[in-house]
Each structure stands twice: as C-alpha cells, then as structure tokens.
Design a protein around this ligand. Structure first.
Ligand code: AG3
Length: 284
C-alpha cells in the first residue's frame, strides 16, 4: 500500500506512530492558531488532525468523550455549572449535556475554526450545540478562567491537545489555581493526561504534583483505551477541590438516564484500578 493512502501521526518523542488508511483529504487550513486537517478514512470514518496530532475519529471518539465527562459528573453530588476548556469539536459538550442535573455548560475554545469544522464534518458531535444550556465561547481558556467569579463552577473539564505550544499552560499550577478558585466547595476538575504507558513519570505525575501545588486535595487517574492516540492507551486525571474524588452517585452511574457506549459503573470502577507501575509512578 503506497504511503499516500495513509495518514500517519509520527510520535517521534517515543519512536512510535499510528496510521489510518485514508480515502481523501476533505479540508485543510492554517487557522490563526494551528494547522487543521479533516480526512475521510477507509475504516474509521472521519479524522481530525491538528498540527499533525490525531484529535479524533468518528469511530472511537466515544471512548474518550464519555470518559472525559461521565466519571467527573457522577462523582459530583450536584453538577449544575460546568466549564469545558478546549474541546472545540463539541464531543465532550454533548456528553455533559446528557446529564439532566447540568443547568449550564460553557465551552471555552481558543480556535473557533475547530468548532466550525466539527459542525461541518462531525455533525453528530455537535448535536447538543443548540441546547439552551450550552454556551460556546471562543477565547483563551487560561484568561477566561482567571476572570471567573469565585465559587461559580461545579466541574471543570480540560479537553486539551498535548502539553506543547498553546496547551502547555493548561498543565501548570497557575492555571489550576484559577480553576480551584472558580470551583465551588465540593468542586471537581478533570483533565486529559496523555498515555499511562508513555507519560506516567512525566506528564501524569507532573499533573498530580501541579494540582497539589495549586491546593487541590487529591487526584486520581483513570485509564482507558484510545486506539488512535500514541500507544493506544490514554488517561484522564480527576481532582477534588476539597477532598479526594469519589464515585458518590454510584446509583445514578449504575443506571444513567441516557445511553452510553463505553461508560458504565463497572468501567468507571475498573478505570480507577491502577496497574502497579502506574500506582508506583503516582504515589508520594
Ligand atoms: N484531545 C486530544 C488529546 C491529545 C491527542 N494527542 C495526540 N494525538 N498526540 C482533544 C480532542 C478530543 N476532544
């Protein structure tokens, strides 16, 4: 098969790559912030790539988006006010708005083009964008968060790209401190934290340390498969403003009032079970 039929993300830092066979390049542009490409693949539906990094495919994004939203929302006693930082494809927003307790969910994405292209090429991810509880903002999430009134949010979800370039500041204690300030008592934060296999001692450990430095009480990392991201294995880290995050609404989690494809009570509990190497990397 000639190379031109494949899109490959080369993950040079770890000497590995992930490839998908493609049929056509549907769109390509350089926005004010980054290079964005949309491909049609032969087996994975559509593919969005930002600066050479795979963001999502139609086929497997449900795993990531459900794990970025449902564990946090079922761990908060009453998640009414939610903010998503990044998440421009709107997949996380859609999952958040499945929760009837949510009264308002604001998505703060720096690059409006990501959302406009998602509307066009991934309309299924954008089906909740017209929900009256949804607010779409296009601005710098770090600055937006720093300007939030104190105790005005219940859950903060950071759905970012890798911690290089524009997203780097989203992995630092200064940003976490503004998140913590904006969270009401009992508030929770969740962030995508890259690969357990590749980044346990670096990024994931670093996020735990930065969260603690910012005043969060405790953090717990969940892991799940994500075939199109480097190593095929991914993570999200949950942190509690005042206490360790616990799955306190387990009855609701056992019977969600909406359909899920990956998330379940058992999956949530299993995702929190850390293999020894990861436990060791994250213990004090
Ligand atoms: N999530 C992107 C996670 C980072 C992927 N990294 C990579 N391919 N090197 C954002 C998109 C989903 N809403």
């Amino acid at each position: 098969m000639p190379d031109k039929d494949w899109f490959t993300e080369f993950y040079d830092a770890e000497g590995c790559a992930i490839g998908l066979r493609v049929r056509a390049l549907l769109h390509e542009e350089r926005s004010a912030y980054q290079h964005i490409a949309i491909w049609d693949t032969t087996h994975w539906g559509r593919l969005m790539v930002i600066d050479g990094c795979i963001m999502l495919t139609s086929r497997d994004n449900f795993v990531y988006h459900e794990m970025m939203s449902h564990p946090a929302l079922f761990s908060h006693p009453a998640p009414r006010r939610v903010a998503i930082i990044g998440g421009g494809d709107c997949g996380t927003l859609r999952e958040v708005l499945r929760h009837p307790e949510v009264e308002h969910c604001v998505q703060v994405e720096i690059d409006e083009r990501v959302t406009r292209l998602a509307e066009q090429y991934f309309p299924e991810l954008c089906e909740a964008n017209d929900d009256p509880r949804a607010e779409l903002r296009f601005e710098d999430g770090i600055r937006w968060m720093a300007a939030r009134p104190q105790a005005s949010l219940d859950v903060v979800i950071i759905d970012s790209t890798d911690p290089v370039g524009p997203a780097e500041g989203l992995f630092r204690r200064e940003f976490y401190a503004s998140c913590r300030r904006a969270l009401a008592p009992g508030g929770l934060l969740v962030q995508q934290t890259e690969s357990p296999l590749l980044h346990a001692d670096s990024i994931i450990r670093g996020v735990h340390d930065e969260l603690r430095a910012a005043g969060f009480a405790a953090a717990r990392t969940l892991h799940f498969p994500q075939p199109v991201y480097p190593s095929g294995w991914w993570s999200a880290t949950l942190a509690g403003r005042d206490a360790a995050p616990e799955l306190i609404r387990s009855e609701a989690a056992a019977r969600p009032p909406f359909a899920t494809r990956y998330y379940s009570l058992g999956v949530h509990q299993g995702a929190l079970a850390l293999p020894p190497f990861l436990q060791a990397a994250l213990s004090d």
